[in-house]
Each structure stands twice: as C-alpha cells, then as structure tokens.
Write a protein that binds this ligand. Structure first.
Ligand code: 5GP
Length: 184
C-alpha cells in the first residue's frame, strides 16, 4: 500500500496530524504481535470493540493478531456534554453471545477520564470471562479521574480533542486515515 499517496486527499487545514498512517500501522502491528504472544495459550480470543469509535482500530488490530479470534460488539453512550463524559454509561448495543469462560479483550478508542472503561471493566467482570483485558488506541493521562488498568495502549496524547481513525467530532472525521487534533 502506498500510504503517502492515500493520505493526500484527506488533508484538513484545521486539523494538525499527530500520528500519520505510517506511525499507526507500525504501532498497531506491534500491539497485534504483543497480543499474539500474550494470548498464545489463551485461545480463542474474543475481541469486543466498543462502537463506534474503535471500529477502525479494531479492524486493523484484529488483522495483526495471528490467533483464532471471535469478534463481538458493544455500543455505549456516555452521558454528559459532548466532550466530557459524566461516568454514567448506557449500553446501547450488547454482545450477542455470552462471554462466560471466554478470554475477552475490550478494544476501545481512547481512555480520557477512564470512567467509561471503569464501568465496562466492572460490567464485564460480572459476566465471568476466563480473562479480561483492555486494548486502547489512545490514552490522555492528563485527564485521568479513575486509573483503570489498560493492558495495551497505542499512543499517549496531550489534553486536546482528537479525531480521525475512528474518532469523531459530532459524527464527522471518523474516516480520516490519521489521528489529528484541531489547530489552536
Ligand atoms: P472517558 O469515559 O474515558 O472520559 O471517555 C471515553 C470516551 O469519550 C471515548 O470512548 C470517546 O468516545 C470520548 N472521547 C474522550 N476524549 C475524546 C477525544 O479527544 N476525541 C474524541 N473524538 N472522543 C473522545
């Protein structure tokens, strides 16, 4: 794939690129290799992407995990203003099959305050999986309210609102092939 050529039509003057396609491909491949190694004796692995923000990351990550994998989806909505979650989480779409006895890896787009993942970790634990882990594409340490354990993190980002590679702003920008932030 000629990454540089593909990225050109996606330039947005108001958005600064933080991680380009090449950096993302490299990091996601590393995470996939690490997960392949860690879960070699824990298969099949059930990936649970959290919709919608993680759909691009999850699709790429899954293709770098060289193990038998199931994929289940969960949808959540966090109450609060558009850019700050309240910690009150509603499950809008639940997994289709029981997770009991499964090795489960939740795939999330970004850990901001940590409230959403803290809720999901607790909720999933009640489903009695054989093991439970989290892979998050991004983490914003400056905003942590709950220090939820996240086993795999792609990149650390500063306290800026990021978009692209699945992450949206009011429904837009999910299709940008890079991760960017609005210019000041
Ligand atoms: P938390 O509960 O950790 O505060 O928030 C998690 C959710 O808030 C993420 O799954 C994501 O949907 C949204 N979020 C938090 N920070 C950002 C950001 O910088 N950009 C985007 N697009 N969404 C964010």
């Amino acid at each position: 794939m000629k990454v540089d050529e593909l990225s050109k039509p996606f330039e947005r003057p108001g958005i600064e690129v933080l991680f380009d396609e090449r950096a993302i491909v490299t990091r996601v491949a590393q995470l996939g290799a690490q997960i392949t190694q860690d879960y070699a004796q824990k298969t099949p692995l059930t990936l649970v992407p959290v919709l919608k923000g993680s759909y691009v990351f999850a699709a790429d990550l899954a293709r770098h995990i060289d193990l038998p994998v199931h994929v289940e989806f969960i949808g959540v909505r966090s109450y609060g203003s558009s850019q700050v979650s309240s910690g009150e989480v509603q499950i809008t779409l639940d997994t289709k099959h029981p997770l009991e006895g499964q090795h489960v890896l939740i795939v999330e787009d970004i850990v901001d305050t940590g409230l959403t993942l803290a809720y999901l970790r607790e909720n999933f634990a009640t489903r009695r999986p054989a093991s439970l882990g989290i892979a998050a594409l991004l983490r914003k340490p400056s905003r942590t309210l709950i220090d939820v354990e996240v086993e795999y993190v792609g990149f650390t980002v500063p306290d800026r609102f990021v978009v692209g590679y699945g992450l949206d702003d009011a429904g837009l920008h999910r299709n940008l092939p890079y991760i960017g932030a609005y210019r000041a």
